[in-house]
Design a protein around this ligand. Structure first.
Ligand SMILES: [Zn+2]
Ligand SMILES: [Zn+2]
Length: 80
């Protein structure tokens, strides 16, 4: 299953373990966030399944690039 983000600046593909991250914004915080976000997809974290009100890199609106919500942590751990 491949995933893509038609409106986002990064792309992760989990079926063949390749990762492509395109940086279209010259913004250090954005780069850190999208790198963490796309790597998290490779590890099994979904989009749009976040625990309400928790900070999480899987949110498109987050300020955080180093925190994951309970749902995303569980998704990552359940893949191991
Ligand atoms: Zn995503
Ligand atoms: Zn989350």
């Amino acid at each position: 299953m491949s995933r893509n983000h038609s409106n986002v600046d990064g792309l992760a593909s989990s079926n063949n373990m390749d990762m492509i991250v395109a940086f279209t914004k010259d913004d250090e915080d954005f780069r850190k966030w999208i790198t963490a976000h796309e790597i998290s997809h490779l590890l099994g974290a979904p989009d749009n399944r976040c625990t309400p009100h928790d900070e999480c890199v899987m949110r498109y609106t987050t300020e955080s690039d180093d925190r994951w919500c309970a749902n995303c942590i569980n998704a990552i751990r359940s893949r191991r």
